[in-house]
Write a protein that binds this ligand. Structure first.
Ligand code: SF4
Ligand code: SF4
Ligand code: SF4
Ligand code: FES
Length: 473
């Protein structure tokens, strides 16, 4: 594809034709504020924060929606654009329920007015996204502190029907990220919903009634406190400290990657263990044994069933729910194996029935699995873990790493590394096709690895084309 040359803030930029101004700016290291844009999605053209000036155009353009053109001269930052963005952001708070940065325990005192010691080991702030909210960060950046109007409250009912995640329309900025991600999950149950109190984004009849898989992918992308996982810090502190119950946690490796992606900070297992121990977790386990055991189960299935018809295999709880609900006619081909979280819970529960067990993972979908199986008591995702780190002393604890234990001895199973070690969930792209052989065998088998559930739906239109269909959550 031919390249297009343009100028952004005086810098010469060359990008393939068809690129948006937003992507072109990003490729040149120029940041344009956004709220609705998200990698691979949209454009939603919903938040209007990405406004830029294009020379010769009377009106500002949305950088996420307009494609580059030869010779274009773009300005992304100016006093006028700053004022426009500030006005847009201010307007977003007209119907927003702002309850961040206030202490619920002291009747709404601003957190900066409290003595820092008061917040140690206390997790009662009102909004789960406080400190990690893209809207809040933008409001700070653009100096939206005093609202020139009295916010109106719609009092949309809060949807807690899933039991593990919460959808609060009172904090929704209608960015539609969740709508796209739910479509990628093959469900598409989220959209603009009209209610007596106004319109918001949500599920028409409620999440569970509309068949939500509780995969948590919409929570991953929501920029505000409109979608969040139920948190469990308080229960962990209560059992670990007040009740002196033994609390044990398994720390999944993916949490480290997410913490780095979200906050640009690197941690080791041992540093994260130190923060968990500070809130009363007595034992912190690495995921090594559980991961190896889960892969061993998958490899055993392949050893036993390869060449005897299509194998549709997954460890993902959301994928299992999706397959059972939508493809019951294929059930003889299903090969469900245990997730490492289930294996951790089952083993520790059998050995220590009186312990409280915690799974710390980036994959919000495990919360539903843990709630339904009852094998693990609490689920903590990366955002909640980061709040724990900050509230338990933050940086100093990084210099006091704590011990991380192994659940049991294990050996890595490399029998089908090609298809079992492939990358996890992705929002976009095509299913991956892989050819592989049994160890020491000659016959070549064909596998499709689906990185989300809409990819799975596509592959399942003709499952007979593959020996193995592996579905990631
Ligand atoms: S949890 Fe998954 S299925 Fe449910 S609304 Fe969110 S993205 Fe859709
Ligand atoms: S719920 Fe979150 S992701 Fe969905 S539209 Fe509202 S703010 Fe955006
Ligand atoms: S969603 Fe963001 S801005 Fe709104 S109350 Fe929560 S942290 Fe504050
Ligand atoms: S990022 Fe362009 S309108 Fe939201």
């Amino acid at each position: 594809m031919a390249n297009v040359k343009l100028t952004i803030n005086g810098n010469a930029v060359s990008v393939p034709a068809g690129t948006t101004i937003l992507e072109a700016a990003k490729s040149a290291g120029i940041r344009i504020p956004t709220l609705c844009a998200y990698e691979g999605m949209g454009p939603h053209a919903a938040c209007k924060l990405c406004v830029v000036q294009v020379e010769g155009e009377a009106k500002e353009k949305l950088a996420c929606a307009v494609k580059v053109a030869e010779g274009m001269n773009v300005t992304t930052d100016s006093p006028a654009l700053f004022d426009l963005r500030k006005a847009t952001l201010t307007e977003m708070f007209r119907q927003h329920k702002v309850d961040c940065h206030h202490c619920a325990r002291t009747g709404g005192t601003r957190i900066e007015d409290l003595d820092p010691w008061f917040c140690q080991n206390c997790f009662y702030c009102d909004c789960e996204r406080d400190g990690f909210c893209e809207l809040q960060a933008l409001a700070r950046e653009f100096g939206v502190s005093q609202l020139p109007f009295e916010p109106q409250q719609n009092d949309f009912p809060v949807d807690e029907s899933t039991g593990v995640m919460v959808r609060d329309g009172n904090k929704c900025v209608k960015c539609r990220r969740c709508v796209d991600v739910c479509k990628a999950q093959g469900m598409g149950i989220l959209g603009m919903v009209k209610t007596e109190k106004g319109s918001t984004v949500g599920a028409k009849n409620g999440l569970m009634a509309d068949g939500c898989l509780r995969c948590g992918r919409c929570v991953d992308v929501c920029p505000t406190g409109a979608l969040f996982m139920k948190e469990h810090k308080d229960e962990i502190v209560y059992h670990g400290h007040a009740r002196e119950t033994t609390v044990a946690a398994m720390l999944c490796g993916c949490v480290m990657r997410e913490l780095q992606g979200l906050y640009g900070k690197e941690f080791t297992y041992e540093q994260l263990a130190a923060s968990l121990k500070k809130i009363g977790v007595a034992h912190v386990f690495s995921p090594g044994w559980a991961k190896a055991e889960s892969l061993k189960q998958a490899a055993d299935i392949l050893d036993e069933r390869l060449g005897k018809g299509t194998i549709i295999m997954t460890e993902s709880y959301a994928a299992k729910t999706f397959l059972n609900a939508k493809y019951p006619q294929l059930k003889d081909s299903f090969a469900f194996y245990d997730s490492m979280q289930t294996l951790f819970g089952r083993k520790l529960r059998a050995e220590h029935p009186d312990w409280k067990l915690v799974n710390v993972s980036r994959h919000n979908g495990f919360a539903a699995e843990m709630a339904d199986t009852g094998l693990v008591d609490y689920f903590v995702n990366a955002r909640e873990l980061y709040r724990i780190i900050e509230r338990t002393g933050g940086a100093p604890y990084r210099r006091n790493p704590a011990e991380v234990e192994n659940i049991a001895d294990y050996e890595k199973d490399e029998r089908y590394a090609d298809i079992l070690n492939c990358e996890g969930w992705k929002l976009t792209g095509e299913p991956e096709e892989i050819s592989f052989k049994k160890k020491g065998g000659r016959k070549v088998y064909k596998a499709a690895v689906c990185h989300n559930l809409s990819q799975a739906a596509k592959v399942l239109e003709a499952p007979e084309k593959y020996d193995v269909i592996r579905i990631m959550g």
